[in-house]
Write a protein that binds this ligand. Structure first.
Ligand SMILES: *Cc1c(COP(=O)(O)O)cnc(C)c1O
Length: 434
């Protein structure tokens, strides 16, 4: 007889979810948290430390969500906490410039070579919104090109085949986005340069910007094929369109300088979020001086924020980015990704289950597919099964994965090799009975 799967006690989470649903739409403040895609109810998290989180019922899990990307140092990192405490004591917000904003901006400029000027906002969505507006203001053009399956936040013009939560819920085109807005968004398939060329040809002189996740992580993780990002750079230069790398996820995650450092491409604009805020709400957009000089108060493109550059959030971001610059940080992180992905691949192979895995830095991708996946059509063809059963099995084994088949996995510097090996052991069990 197979040993019986332990069943999680979730009565406190269930009670909280019942209360939450009476006060918050769907009981959550961001849709992917609801576990709708994988079935069941979300766990309410009470605390986190290092690689682990503990839920309201006291269940402890090794966490590979990491707050969906920001927590590259794990939960409650002592340095970040100390920096935040120090900042807190000095006051939480002034609506006037503070030194910490300058320090973080200088750090971003030093780490990401394409950044000449950067504006901080409060989320990745705000960053992409700002980047598109300034690209349109700078070029005087209206249309933008995005890729199916690339997610750029809950921004009207970008909620078109947006991957991630939108895919999971089966609403690739959100209600409430007007046809007027949608018609200015042109869709291409990732890794299909010819398709991009065709869009530029069909809309000659009308494309303000092309926005792309250089290493997509919102349709699962996908890698750009040889020459694809370079091709995008060339066509944007030729057509006078602004190339925007949305590095909200890949920034400071796949490499210290982001995907643009990894692939040696210089985008015109870059958007940041997630890691840059050290677990606090920070986003940013920046790039070429002559484009960013269009932003108010220097130029005619308006953008503002009451809490933008918040000193507590800046302190967390500064502390985070300082720690990431330690010698050997990324090689050590990537070794952990590799250990986990190789372990999983072996476990799946032993269980005769088709699985492909990939990783860059602290970002990983897992598909239940025999062959590598290169675009959104292929991701959709795979569907959510057997991931959903894998997810539930892993949760019962104390491993917290993203509650959706279409997400990247994240490892942090706080994950130990013991954590990783325990995860592979759990996966062996779960894959065997899948
Ligand atoms: C998460 C994400 C966003 C949105 O960031 P928020 O902080 O959730 O608004 C935008 N782009 C990419 C690539 C992301 O992964």
């Amino acid at each position: 007889m197979e040993p019986k799967t332990p069943v999680l006690t979730t009565s406190k989470s269930s009670d909280l979810f019942a209360r939450a649903q009476k006060a918050i739409p769907g009981g959550v403040n961001s849709p992917v948290r609801a576990f709708k895609a994988v079935g069941g109810q979300p766990l309410f998290i009470a605390s986190g430390k290092g690689s682990r989180i503990t839920d309201a019922d006291g269940n402890s899990f090794i966490d590979y969500v990491g707050s969906w990307g920001p927590l590259i140092l794990g939960h409650a990192n002592p340095q970040v906490l100390a920096a935040v405490r120090e900042a807190l004591e000095k006051g939480t917000s002034f609506g006037a410039p503070t030194e910490s904003e300058v320090v973080l901006a200088e750090m971003v400029k030093a780490l990401v070579p394409s950044i000449e000027l950067v504006r901080f906002v409060n989320s990745g969505s705000e960053a992409t919104m700002g980047a598109l507006r300034v690209a349109r203001g700078y070029t005087g053009r209206q249309k933008i090109i995005k890729f199916a399956g690339c997610f750029h936040g809950a921004v009207d013009s970008l909620l078109i085949k947006a991957g991630s939560g939108a895919t999971t819920l089966g609403v690739p085109d959100s209600a409430g986005v007007t046809p007027g807005v949608a018609q200015d968004t042109l869709l291409a398939e990732f890794n299909d340069l010819a398709g991009v060329e065709a869009l530029f040809a069909a809309h000659k002189g009308q494309v303000a910007a092309l926005i792309v996740e250089p290493v997509p992580g919102n349709m699962g993780m996908i890698l750009p094929e040889e020459g694809f990002l370079n091709g995008l750079r060339d066509v944007c230069t030729r057509e006078g369109a602004v190339l925007i790398f949305d590095e909200v996820m890949s920034g400071f995650r796949v490499a210290l300088g982001g995907a643009q450092a990894l692939y040696s491409i210089r985008p015109d604009l870059t958007t940041f979020g997630k890691v840059i805020g050290g677990g606090f709400p920070v986003g940013g957009y920046g790039g070429r001086r002559e484009i960013m000089e269009q932003v108010a108060p220097l130029g005619p493109v308006y953008q503002s924020g009451t809490l933008s550059g918040n000193p507590v959030a800046m302190a967390a971001g500064i502390s985070m980015l300082k720690t990431l610059q330690a010698d050997g940080f990324y090689p050590s992180l990537e070794k952990k990704s590799q250990r986990l992905m190789e372990g999983l691949t072996q476990a799946a192979s032993d269980a005769a289950i088709p699985l492909t895995t990939l990783f860059r830095g602290g970002m990983m991708g897992v598909f239940f597919s025999a062959v590598p996946v290169k675009n959104y059509s292929q991701v959709q063809a795979l569907g959510a099964d057997p991931y959903n059963r894998f997810f539930r099995g892993m949760l019962e084994e104390g491993i917290y994965l993203a509650p959706s088949a279409f997400e990247a996995w994240f490892v942090s510097s706080a994950h130990s090799y013991e954590d990783l090996d325990q995860t592979v052991q759990a996966a062996r069990k779960v894959l065997k009975r899948l």
